[in-house]
Ligand binder design. Structure first.
Ligand code: GLC
Ligand code: CA
Length: 574
């Protein structure tokens, strides 16, 4: 089944797909109710069995957990709750032996206020660490993204420090060359140990405009953003970090909140390329306005526009990071799919993004179709931004309405313990877990889905295997059909003679599909469908090439069933 065509690219990450682990909720190996690296060690075969080739670990470092690991107090160690450096090395070696690359989270926009640098810095202006952070006598008007104003008065130093996120996350002063040297030394520390790259947290925020001018008063939470997003020296600093990565042939994936494709291109393409991929946010706003807390009805057209904008802009110039979930977003079935059509929409959503051009990322639990949790009181939530949103906005609404907003938007929905089986605590831990388990675990769990041929879990495996089997699906050109259709997302991948047509229905009712021009006369073979039965083809069938030749969409009289997804393969003679 070798595809033809010249556009094959050797960059190693382009063939791969990744699994993201947020360790605290993944698997508890030592029975204290908190996920850890002992648990991860035991589950590496499972991760490999999905067909992924790498793991991204959300922060594993010591942290007071004001932002669950994204507030780091030591960049060169492992949080005692998660294990030891030695245990990390065991995980790393086993992962490598299984053929899995390992990417660490690099969080250098800020540290914890308990990091020794900050403890020194606050002592006074003549301290050697004095300029590691951003101190002012008078704050500007910026808001933080997580907790009120972006400035906090420190009585010890007698000045205010900047924090774009929570109060316990002071921003580092990246304009200080010593700070940049620290970052490079931290990178080397982990690269020397053998890790394969970094996911770089809010990396487009690290350079702030000189003078820190006041922002526009009418943009709550993001008013200062024009002065810290893609700031004046960002590309110089990124070039310095790139030098380190070049020495080790490692990869860098940036997180780019609020980034536009135009500004992302500067990181991802051309001579000054400083990142291999970027996690963009456009496609995460098809049911909200810049944060899930400001909810809007889901718009497929908006989602498709975002997908296609990035696919087109980067084609031949850069590379996309593909994702629908991570630890910062509510579960995608609850957002873009339907909990009622749980299996159908969970599998369709997999198809919608896994066959685009780019490297796919799958977040723990996504592959079994975990959904949002609905806790009864705000006190039951842990995430700092969830609590702030609840306490700041829509205060006149009833408690029920305010909680409903939290149910739709909280990052905590992605942070409930992984559902391994239907034992108490979902098999995550023998002890009471640190955070609530979603009560649907009796139905939605790995063990149950392992045994079911058409489960979401096995469907993810099938999708990843199909992607890997085809150069066309990895690096073929992307083209969207019928962008204005409100029910169907349809795109083509083409390389040489081989074409794939990916068709996804986002509708709860059967819907009619149109056939793109040029496709009516050529014969295609359906290679994937998310409905069991006559039209479903298993990986075994595929190998035996026993599947029926199908004239495109003649089946079902041209109708797609609720949340149906299909992938067709064509060979076109030029
Ligand atoms: C990134 C992380 C998020 C964290 C924030 C501040 O967006 O993914 O979890 O809260 O940065 O570090
Ligand atoms: Ca534990």
């Amino acid at each position: 089944m070798a595809d033809t065509g010249k556009a094959w690219d050797n960059n190693w990450y382009r063939h791969m797909s990744f699994y993201q682990i947020w360790v605290r909720s993944f698997a508890d190996g030592n029975g204290d109710g908190i996920g850890d690296l002992y648990g991860v060690y035991d589950k590496l075969e499972y991760v490999r069995s999905l067909g992924v080739d790498g793991i991204w670990f959300s922060p594993l470092y010591p942290s007071p957990n004001a932002d669950y690991g994204y507030d780091i107090s030591d960049y060169r160690d492992i949080h005692p709750e998660y294990g030891t450096l030695e245990q990390f090395q065991k995980v790393l070696h086993k992962a490598h032996a299984l053929g899995l690359k390992v990417i660490m989270d690099l969080v250098v926009n800020h540290t914890s206020d308990e990091h020794p640098w900050f403890l020194e810095s606050r002592k006074g202006k003549d301290n050697p660490y004095s300029d590691y952070y951003i101190w002012r006598d008078k704050p500007n008007n910026w808001d933080s993204l997580f907790e009120g104003k972006a400035w906090e008065y420190d009585p010890v130093r007698g000045q205010y420090y900047l924090h774009l996120f929570a109060k316990k996350q002071p921003d580092l002063n990246m304009d200080n060359p010593k700070v940049r040297d620290e970052v490079k030394a931290i990178m080397r520390f982990w690269l020397d140990m053998g890790v394969d790259g970094f996911r770089e947290d809010v990396i487009n925020f690290i350079s702030k405009k000189e003078g820190l001018p006041n922002g526009l008063p009418f943009l709550p939470a993001v008013n200062g953003m024009p002065y810290y997003k893609d700031g004046p020296h960002i590309h110089e600093y990124m070039a310095e970090f790139r030098e380190v990565c070049r020495e080790y042939d490692c990869i860098q994936i940036g997180e780019g909140p609020m980034t536009t494709v135009q500004s992302a291109m500067k990181y991802l393409t051309g001579e000054q390329k400083s990142l291999d991929m970027m996690f963009s946010f456009d496609h995460m706003m098809a049911d909200c306005l810049y944060t899930e807390y400001v909810h809007r009805p889901f718009s497929l057209v908006k989602l498709k526009k975002a997908f296609t904008r990035w696919q087109k802009a980067l084609d031949g110039k850069g590379w996309n990071a593909l994702y629908l979930e991570n630890h910062d977003h509510p579960r995608v079935i609850s957002r873009y799919g339907s909990e009622h059509y749980w299996r159908e929409s969970g599998t369709m959503l997999a198809v919608s993004y896994l066959f685009q051009q780019g490297t796919p990322f799958i977040y723990q639990g996504q592959e079994i179709g975990m959904t949002n949790i609905r806790l009864r009181s705000i006190e039951d939530y842990k995430d700092v931004s969830t609590r702030t949103n609840y306490q700041t906005y829509h205060l006149k609404d009833s408690i029920e309405r305010r909680l409903k907003r939290i149910h739709l938007s909280s990052r905590d929905s992605a942070r409930t313990p992984m559902q391994w089986d239907d034992d108490p605590n979902a098999g995550f831990s023998a002890a009471k877990p640190w955070f609530s388990v979603n009560p649907n675990y009796r139905r939605v769990n790995v063990a149950a889905e392992e045994g079911e041929e058409y489960s979401i879990l096995n469907f993810y495996r099938r999708c990843l295997a199909l992607r890997k089997s085809s150069k066309t699906l990895i690096c073929g050109k992307y083209k969207e059909y019928f962008p204005k259709d409100k029910n169907i997302y349809m795109y083509e991948r083409a390389l040489g003679e081989v074409r794939y047509l990916v068709i996804c229905s986002f509708a709860k009712m059967p819907v009619k599909v149109r056939i793109p021009e040029g496709y009516a006369k050529i014969k295609g073979q359906m290679v994937l469908c998310n409905y069991p039965g006559g039209t479903q083809i298993t990986a075994g069938d595929l190998r035996k090439r026993a599947c029926r030749e199908l004239n495109l969409l003649a089946a079902e009289h041209g109708m797609l069933r609720p949340y149906e997804a299909r992938v067709y393969r064509f060979r076109v003679k030029h």
